[in-house]
Design a protein around this ligand. Structure first.
Ligand code: FE
Length: 309
């Protein structure tokens, strides 16, 4: 797999009830960089991302996710996906370049699960401060702040019609199904994990009674040791924790879940196996529910399963 077509999760737009409190959380404590503000919105990036921003926050009455966007390899890929999505029977909205900050043209569509997804090929690149010639390995001031987040990693959403989502991502967007969790008796899909890269997942969905729910965004750290360091920083700032240090059976990532001040769930994540397109889909069933989700204590958490925004 040369990585062409859909590259990665490039942007998530999050609703917050207090922008200043959100900036204290995401910039000051987590260590993302606020790179721009405009009419009620703030734009942030992790230090090692080259594109202008990956997180957009805006003030709203309720927390949640407005939309998420994946970056594709080039404009021809965007055109190709547009026709494939239409051929699949899904409406596509064209969005002109410049409508979204620092972004080229986009296409937007609604998934069977009820979520609004966008694709784009161009976004202004501002780099990671190292330059591209003899760049070194850490930022020029030697400091990676906060939780030491390298980049946005993945998003997990709650909704309906998971199998239709899987079909859409595999047949239309060329993703692979890396893992799934099914009901032991009925075989119904309860959670599905999809990848467009070498990572165990780039997006995942869990079955929910309502469409268009948001479970978490996840930020990539360099190592499990950094996840331990992140736990110290989370504790220091009294950030509300949902699930402290653990490791997922599914994806094998080291993890911590916590909440932003508006109640949106965040994760820091490190590790996980390397995925290739010939890796078989791993299937877990509900007889192994605890180990699938949290493999160090094999204990599912009520809040983790049922609190979405
Ligand atoms: Fe996650």
């Amino acid at each position: 797999m040369a990585v062409k077509g859909v590259l990665r999760l490039g942007e998530v737009a999050i609703r917050v009830t207090d922008v200043e409190a959100a900036l204290q959380h995401y910039d000051k404590w987590l260590g993302l960089h606020c790179v721009m503000r405009d009419e009620g919105r703030a734009y942030l990036k992790a230090w090692d991302e080259h594109d202008h921003h990956s997180i957009v926050i805006r003030k709203a009455d309720q927390p949640g996710c407005d939309y998420f966007a994946f970056k594709v390899s080039d404009d021809a890929a965007l055109t190709d996906f547009e026709s494939r999505i239409r051929a699949h029977g899904t409406d596509v909205k064209k969005i002109a370049a410049g409508t979204y900050a620092k972004s080229g043209r986009r296409i937007e569509f609604v998934l069977p699960s009820g979520h609004t997804m966008q694709l784009y090929a161009e976004k202004e690149q501002i780099g990671n401060t190292l330059g591209t010639k003899n760049p070194g390995v850490v930022p020029d001031d030697g400091v990676i702040r906060g939780l030491r987040i390298n980049r946005l990693d993945h998003i997990l959403l709650g909704g309906v019609a998971l199998d239709d989502n899987v079909r859409f991502f595999r047949e239309v967007l060329d993703f692979s199904l890396s893992e799934k969790l099914v009901d032991h008796e009925s075989g119904a899909s309860l959670a599905v994990f999809l990848t467009c890269s070498n990572k165990p997942h780039d997006i995942a969905f869990i079955q929910q009674p309502q469409p268009n729910r948001f479970h978490h965004i996840s930020f990539l750290l360099e190592s499990a040791h950094d996840v331990v360091q992140a736990a110290d920083v989370i504790g220091k700032h009294r950030i509300p924790v949902d699930v402290s240090l653990n490791r997922h059976g599914i994806t094998r990532g080291a993890t911590i879940y916590f909440f932003d001040p508006s109640g949106n769930r965040n994760e820091v994540f490190a590790g996980g196996y390397v995925y290739y397109p010939d890796t078989p889909t791993l299937v877990w069933d509900t007889t192994s529910f605890g180990p699938a989700i949290f493999s160090q204590d094999n204990t599912p958490r009520e809040s983790f399963l049922n609190k979405l925004t």
